[in-house]
Design a protein around this ligand. Structure first.
Ligand code: MN
Length: 738
């Protein structure tokens, strides 16, 4: 921020922006008095920020105006929130106090501004790099304001969205902080509160700055694709329009293209290319139901569904009924995927006007409909969540980091629906296995589970459930929980129940084992002595830990003390300690990167995202000075950045040809004779790059597969990708998760 006289042009821009806002606000204001309050708030803020500019050089007041525009336009809040948005930086940045605002604008508006100022102070404090990890605390503080008035969080989201829109004017280190904070705190919040527009725009900005190349490539492809495919989509829509009109529906049809971020996310998590993202397009049917009751809305959604599936073939496993069972963020719609006459899959979303408003604007729209008495089941879902968060927060002992993980997990995981053998519908966390399902029904059923039948087919307990599955758990009375189960269960509930059982069982076995050993020693006229215990531990390969581990194995029958006499007579042999050897070997790696200040650190490449030289990376310093290096886009890194902002270092790659990094390319194209040998020749001979593994599959003349190799840096990788793309028949080549 800087001070300077405003010129004529500045005043013109301010007047123009405010006129836009006023136009939007007019629709939300119930009367002239409310609109006059908005005017008063603007006049006051305009005067307070007069002569002040943002980093971008524009007058500061444009920021509060923009925030107020988001508040009314994207979130749909009313005049008090619009006023608070206009005034949100006044207390923080000027000499006015909350009391002043109270006198001028009343209790409510002043308290909203007060809440916003508090959040801002909390977030900014972290810059001073105090000793504690503050972002988790910040998150807690932000959530605490939910207790006072949820509008504070909503206006804060608008403020953050505008800061993201103008992030290019920030210095790089601040940019990173804002982006990771956005990804970790604000996007999940926006998602949870159902603010689709806000969330989606934040995600796209995040991608644009974290992975500019990917962002540009995807956007270019989207644009090219839209031009190519627009006619096809239109001819897909035409018969739908006809039939719906014929049936007497009042509706509009919108075409939607997946956002760059969600395309990128899908490519990354599924390891596929842009061309393989099949649900690129969505067509949205928004209709005005004839009578505004929930039951009727639903019936009409199904009616439309039956009409359009009469025209086109649909994918049976892609029908999603969020009308009957709204998502936990309040989302309602009926989704299905249809095959166009030209052979592309197109997702069709069927919604009423009310559902569409809630889907785009979230909680505020939901309240508006609630007041009018036409809200669906979603209200209880959203209200329930807010209540749950409030309950957790009431407890003053709650650890901020734990809370963060808890709420965060709850925020990002969505539910799927499965059926019991009797046809009862149950919701369960996405990614949950058959065993999770067993535990969700009853602890006893989980403990005794041996397998499951999904859609009448026998599957292992580790089977990952999908929406619509009918699940039957098969139990056996003599079955009991196993340690391996912990490797695949997904829900917190199942994890806790299994570990609790194992712990109790372990204690039991440990007690029995100790007793057995004591008895056996007694038979040899010996007592339970440390000397013997250590000798036995060594013999059975227990190099670390306590004697309890020995007792446990004896008690569980893993160790049979058949030759105890000989064993204790033998002189002890020392064995290598494999565990500590392994740990030592992995602790360091001789990487060739330095941090900006050229400090000497041990650098370790993070296993989760495996960055290579040239990738934009971020480092986290461990307590021993070791720095773990992640890709900037790595979700693990984002969560670390949000939790331990003060441990971030910005590593720089040093040019070196000595180190090679493993990467994976996914490659697709049209098969032909000699293609494989051409690819191999290019990689190993032309580029002299070390190949680790190549796996190509060919089907109906199309091939796809992966190639693993070592490369020195990103430049070499780019060059190679370009070369491979030029080989005849090769359609796409891209780096994917290893
Ligand atoms: Mn602001």
């Amino acid at each position: 921020m800087s001070l300077s006289e405003f010129n004529q042009k500045d005043y013109e821009i301010i007047a123009r922006d405010y006129a836009d806002l006023k136009e939007a606000a007019r629709k939300r204001c119930a009367n002239e008095k409310e609109l006059a309050m908005v005017q008063k708030a603007f006049d006051f803020a305009n005067e307070a920020h007069k002569g002040v500019r943002r980093r971008s050089g524009e007058p500061y007041i444009l920021h509060p105006i923009a925030v107020a525009k988001i508040v009314v336009g994207n979130i749909g809040l009313g005049y008090k929130s619009i006023c608070a948005a206009l005034l949100h930086d006044v207390v923080e940045d000027t000499n006015y106090t909350v009391e002043d605002l109270q006198n001028l604008f009343g209790e409510k508006i002043a308290s909203l501004v007060d809440g916003l100022t508090k959040i801002k102070t909390v977030l900014d404090n972290e810059d001073k790099a105090t000793k504690k990890s503050l972002q988790a605390e910040n998150f807690k503080r932000i959530l605490l304001t939910l207790n006072d008035d949820i509008r504070v969080v909503l206006i804060k989201l608008a403020d953050r969205l505008h800061n993201c829109r103008t992030i290019e004017f920030m210095p790089e280190h601040k940019r990173d902080k804002i982006l990771s904070e956005t990804m970790f705190i604000f996007i999940p919040l926006a998602h949870r509160l159902g603010l689709y527009e806000v969330k989606s725009e934040m995600e796209d900005i995040w991608l644009r700055f974290k992975e500019p190349e990917a962002f540009n490539e995807i956007t270019a492809k989207i644009n090219r694709n839209i031009n190519d495919k627009d006619k096809e989509i239109e001819s897909f829509i035409a018969p739908i329009r006809n039939e719906l009109e014929h049936a007497g529906f009042r509706f509009e049809i919108k075409k939607r293209v997946k956002s760059p971020y969600s395309i990128w996310k899908k490519m990354m998590t599924k390891g596929i290319t842009f061309e393989q993202v099949y649900d690129l397009y969505a067509v949205r049917i928004i209709f005005d139901p004839t009578v505004d009751t929930t039951e009727n809305e639903r019936a009409q959604c199904y009616h439309i569904f039956s009409i359009i599936t009469g025209i086109y073939k649909f994918k049976e496993d892609r029908v999603r009924d969020w009308v009957k069972h709204p998502k936990n963020n309040g989302y309602e719609a009926l989704h299905c995927t249809l095959m166009s006459n030209t052979g592309i899959w197109i997702e069709v979303q069927i919604r009423t006007r009310r559902m569409d408003d809630i889907a785009e604007k979230g909680i505020a729209a939901h309240w508006a409909y609630k007041r009018e008495g036409v809200a669906g089941e979603s209200e209880s879902q959203m209200d329930k969540w807010i209540q749950k968060v409030q309950e957790i927060l009431v407890n003053p002992d709650v650890n901020a980091l734990e809370l963060l993980d808890l709420v965060h997990n709850d925020l990002i995981t969505s539910d799927i629906f499965v059926f019991t053998p009797k046809g009862e519908q149950k919701s369960i966390q996405k990614g949950a296995t058959a065993l999770d399902f067993a535990y969700s029904i009853h602890t006893h059923i989980g403990h005794k589970a041996i397998a499951a039948k999904v859609n009448y087919k026998l599957v292992p307990l580790s089977y990952v459930l999908r929406t619509g599955d009918q699940v039957e758990i098969i139990t056996a009375e003599d079955e009991r929980p196993k340690r391996e189960w912990l490797d695949f269960v997904k829900t917190r509930k199942a994890k806790n129940l299994i570990s609790d059982y194992l712990k109790t069982e372990r204690n039991e076995s440990t007690k029995i084992g100790k007793r057995i050993l004591e008895e056996q020693l007694k038979n040899l006229d010996l007592t339970l002595d440390t000397k013997y215990i250590h000798r036995l531990m060594n013999h059975y390969g227990i190099y670390e830990g306590t004697p309890d581990q020995l007792y446990f194995r004896i008690g569980a029958g893993i160790i049979k003390l058949n030759n105890l006499r000989e064993l204790l007579k033998q002189p002890k042999k020392s064995k290598p300690n494999f565990l500590s050897w392994l740990l030592k070997r992995d602790a360091k790696s001789d990487l060739v990167i330095n941090d900006v200040s050229d400090m000497e650190h041990n650098f370790v490449i993070a296993d989760c995202c495996k960055p290579i030289m040239g990738d934009s990376v971020v480092g986290f310093m461990e307590t021993d000075g070791t720095v773990t290096v992640h890709k900037k886009t790595c979700p693990v890194a984002n969560s670390l950045a949000a939790k331990y902002g003060d441990k971030i270092v910005m590593p720089k790659w040093k040019v070196s040809q000595d180190h090679a990094f493993p990467i994976r390319l996914s490659i697709t194209g049209v098969d032909r004779i000699g293609l494989l040998s051409d690819i191999v020749r290019y990689i190993s001979l032309v580029m002299s790059i070390n190949m680790r593994r190549i796996l190509l599959e060919s089907k109906d003349g199309i091939f796809e597969g992966n190639i693993d190799m070592y490369v020195h840096d990103r430049d070499a990788l780019e060059k190679m990708i370009q070369k491979l793309k030029r080989i005849e028949g090769v359609k796409s080549v891209m780096r994917t998760e290893l």
